[in-house]
Design a protein around this ligand. Structure first.
Ligand code: GUN
Length: 296
């Protein structure tokens, strides 16, 4: 194995500690306690785990944190009502609506109801537009975490060729915008891209955000590249005894072992990008609190 592992635990630990200090300073100097509200509709098992972690970590950083757990049959109007209440709640500076929402609720209409200044997930059209225009924005947490790790592990990014595989609103598109902002030359690839392996081999920075287990193979990776794996895919164990027992494991969008023999840097799954996502959510909530109170 030749690649340097970009350890999410190290970077997220450092960021969370910095956020906790910023929270303490806001409380001490301005009597402002940053507050996060998370809305979870339904019983999606992965979402339950993420939401619990967001709540626990924001409390651990000294923030105010509330989780609204609504039944799967909640109507769109009820979710929008709650979002509007939180827009006016002075104890709350960040509101996150956990996705996906049940089929009867339009994500777009719920996000439209959210005050962009409290949109700590950076998913409103206003924040996406600010980011694309190079203006200060609340930026989606996962790509923000990828950028922090890239800057700190790799160093100077200007002029590098970056390929982002995946064009989702949550990750691929904002990731491309952040890389453009860092003066990279950026290509966004997706399911219709021709010769994806050849394109990936050109990338000095390769970001995999496709949601397909281990799709990116070792021979798609340019020697020395920085590989950022955003995938979180649950798959059966290859060991037939464990698989027969219904046991699953989490793998990324990159075939880690193969890729790590070629790459210069690589994020593991688990233990990479995922840990940074929550740390960045806490950071965004502090940023939102500061801006709402005119401190930035
Ligand atoms: N579901 C999976 N990841 C995310 C995320 O970053 N934000 C929200 N709101 N929902 C998600």
């Amino acid at each position: 194995m030749s690649a340097t592992i970009i350890d999410g635990k190290v970077y997220s630990g450092a960021l969370t500690a910095k956020v906790a200090e910023e929270v303490a300073a806001l409380v001490r100097d301005h009597a402002i306690k940053p507050g996060l509200a998370v809305i979870l509709v339904g019983e999606d098992p992965a979402s339950q785990i993420y939401v619990r972690s967001k709540n626990e970590q924001s409390l651990a950083a000294g923030m105010h944190s509330v989780t609204y757990r609504l039944p799967a049959e909640t109507t769109e109007a009820e979710v929008i009502d709650l979002v509007r209440q939180l827009n006016f709640d002075r104890a709350i500076h960040g509101v996150l609506v956990q996705l996906p929402l049940p089929a009867q609720i339009s994500e777009k209409r719920v996000l439209e109801a959210l005050d962009p200044d409290k949109d700590v997930d950076g998913l409103t059209v206003t924040n996406a537009g600010r980011l694309a225009s190079g203006l200060p924005a609340l930026t989606p947490c996962t790509p923000l975490g990828c950028m922090i790790m890239l800057r700190e592990a790799v160093g100077a990014l200007a002029g590098k060729r970056a390929v982002v595989v995946g064009r989702s609103v949550l990750v691929g598109r904002p990731m491309a915008q952040l890389l453009i902002g860092a003066d990279c030359t950026v290509t966004v690839a997706h399911s219709k891209t021709r010769d994806l392996p050849g394109l990936c081999r050109e990338a000095e920075i390769l970001v995999a955000a496709i949601g397909r287990p281990q799709m990116i193979r070792g021979d798609w990776v340019r020697p020395g590249a920085a590989v950022i794996d955003v995938g979180i895919n649950r798959v059966p164990f290859s060991d037939p005894v464990k698989a027969a027992a219904g046991k699953t494991k989490v793998v990324g969008d990159v075939a880690f072992k193969e890729a790590s023999e070629v790459a210069g840097w690589i994020t593991p799954v688990p233990g990479g990008v995922g840990l940074m996502t929550v740390a960045c959510l806490l950071q965004n909530t502090v940023t939102a609190a500061r801006r709402i109170h005119g401190l930035e």
